[in-house]
Write a protein that binds this ligand. Structure first.
Ligand SMILES: NC(=O)C1=CN([C@@H]2O[C@H](COP(=O)(O)OP(=O)(O)OC[C@H]3O[C@@H](n4cnc5c(N)ncnc54)[C@H](OP(=O)(O)O)[C@@H]3O)[C@@H](O)[C@H]2O)C=CC1
Ligand SMILES: O=C(CO)[C@H](O)[C@H](O)COP(=O)(O)O
Length: 487
């Protein structure tokens, strides 16, 4: 519909024909549509420059449909340009493999991250392009027409890198989405328990309007906390929703990839774990029978609580972005995608689920250049070809954040407000998976020496002879840790 509204002639196909027919009955008047009866028919009805946009369930459906399209194209379409755009949430390793496989057959396979849900798809989504330069050349005009606009009116689409770069960025976008949703949900749960239902609407308005916050998810939350059932008592619809949250893969893959790449993303991991916990109803019923937490009355005023919330949430959301962007850079180095994180945050400015005013803070760079600032911090490598470590990449990304972003993301006062907010959760006996993981991450990063690690290293050496490094001497050491009576 978005394409047709922009004047493109759109050929539509769905393996369940009745769905395509139904679609045309409802929306056929919005533009120029033609229905195809087979995939071959799709190709026949398209001009010589063929762009096939797949919006299918991730996994084998993409291979089945793309294989058939490529086979049909090879049979009859000589000299035509065929681009297949996979706009679904495909696993990036599948996309890498598909790009290679179809490239060998002269077809441009594009992994396109699409965010924006139903409304974004129609009015303008954020598009994260991964594919070859030729694939970009063949398709960018169309994508630029249908994409949302960034804060400066430019289309929210760019070529982020080759092959799976776009799908990786979309996957991490969803990971950040998980974390932000988790944080907001925790805060509203606390507000409801402490200041009551009647304060929720006003609180959501003030979070939305706060200069450090705002954005699509908080806008959505304004409606969520007000939506009531029709009928007696008008209960909040929230109270009727089963406490089980599913997922479609991207959150899990973000966590798996981060673990594989040795890159900590605790806010996202906690948000994913929270969903996994939601499936453990039977376990919860046993625990809650045995030791229901006794919620203490919190002594903080509503105003004091909201101040903690503003400070804590504005820092925590930025930390979730920071974790996600570092993961993107770490993967980008490993897979040689050369992704510019500033372009990721730019295409997230419009259309997508995590769009929010704070993304403007990524538009500027610090005055000191990266090289100048990191000189001396990152020791020179003996082998200059050795790839950078996750630690080096993290520092590189941190130093590239603008002063506006750093002022809030690395702010002592807001860190303290997050600590105080976690106290309130603990006092009230209310869990806060994502916010507390974020607090632990920030607090840990504020300690240059990780004091727990020597204990762990000593125990590993004690039971498994795994060895440890010393700060005062080079090399690797083993010790007999058992202390005998005579010592
Ligand atoms: N919904 C959203 O807001 C967003 C979704 N996405 C991603 O986009 C993709 C599509 O999502 P959505 O439209 O919501 O999903 P739906 O479940 O609504 O649609 C899935 C489509 O895939 C088709 N399909 C499934 N298996 C096959 C197969 N083996 N062969 C041919 N066709 C097949 C279905 O055909 P049939 O109708 O015949 O079953 C249907 O048209 C997913 O990867 C999703 O994660 C991305 C951004 C936002
Ligand atoms: O990609 C999306 C939004 O950006 C989809 O809505 C996706 O389904 C959300 O993920 P999950 O279903 O795992 O919560």
């Amino acid at each position: 519909r978005n394409l047709a509204r922009k004047g493109y002639h759109v050929v539509i196909y769905n393996r369940t024909h009745s769905k395509a027919e139904n679609f045309l009955r409802h929306y056929g008047h919005e533009g120029k549509f033609t229905r195809a009866s087979t995939l071959n028919d799709v190709l026949c009805k398209l001009p010589t420059t063929k762009i096939v946009f797949l919006m299918l369930s991730a996994g084998k459906a993409i291979d089945i449909v793309s294989d058939e399209l490529v086979a049909e194209a090879h049979k009859r379409l000589e000299g035509d340009q065929l681009s297949i755009i996979d706009g679904g949430n495909s696993f990036y390793k599948d996309t890498m493999e598909r790009c290679k496989r179809y490239d060998e057959k002269g077809v441009e396979f594009i992994g396109l991250g699409v965010s924006g849900g139903k409304e974004g798809a129609l009015l303008g989504p954020s598009l994260m392009f991964g594919g070859s330069e030729r694939g970009w050349e063949w398709t960018h005009e169309v994508l630029e027409k249908i994409a949302a606009k960034d804060f400066h009116g430019k289309p929210c689409v760019t070529r982020l890198g080759p092959n799976a770069a776009g799908h990786f960025v979309k996957m991490v976008h969803n990971g950040i989405e998980y974390a932000i949703m988790g944080m907001i949900a925790e805060i509203f749960n606390l507000l409801r328990a402490t200041i009551g239902d009647r304060g929720l609407g006003i609180s959501s308005d003030s979070l939305l309007e706060h200069p450090d916050l705002g954005g699509f998810l908080l806008e959505l939350m304004r409606h969520v906390v007000r939506k009531r059932e029709l009928g007696s008592g008008h209960p909040l619809v929230l109270d009727k929703i089963k406490d089980i949250a599913g997922h479609k893969g991207t959150g899990l893959w973000t966590c798996q990839s981060a673990l594989e790449l040795g890159c900590p993303i605790p806010s996202i991991q906690a948000a994913f774990e929270e969903r996994a916990m939601s499936a453990q109803y039977a376990v919860r019923s046993v625990y809650s029978d045995a030791m229901k937490p006794s919620g203490l009355k919190t002594t903080v005023s509503a105003e004091g609580l909201m101040n903690r919330v503003y400070g804590a949430l504005s820092l925590a959301i930025r930390q979730a972005f920071s974790q996600g962007l570092i993961l993107i850079r770490v993967a980008s180095k490993k897979y040689e995608w050369d992704i510019d994180v500033q372009q990721c945050t730019r295409v997230w400015e419009g259309g997508c689920i995590i769009r929010m005013p704070l993304l403007r803070e990524f538009e500027t760079r610090p005055k000191e250049t990266l090289d100048k600032k990191t000189k001396g911090l990152i020791p020179a490598k003996e082998d200059p070809d050795e790839p950078p470590t996750a630690d080096e990449i993290t520092r590189e990304v941190w130093w590239a954040f603008s002063p506006e972003f750093r002022k809030i993301a690395f702010d002592k006062k807001r860190h303290h407000q997050l600590q105080e907010l976690i106290h309130t959760f603990v006092d009230a006996g209310i869990p806060c998976h994502v916010l507390s993981s974020t607090l632990n991450y920030v607090t840990q990063m504020c300690h240059e020496r990780m004091e727990t690690i020597p204990y762990i290293q000593a125990m590993r050496d004690g039971f498994g002879g795994h060895g440890f490094e010393r700060i005062d001497l080079d090399g690797r050491y083993n010790l007999e840790w058992t202390i005998h009576a005579e010592e």
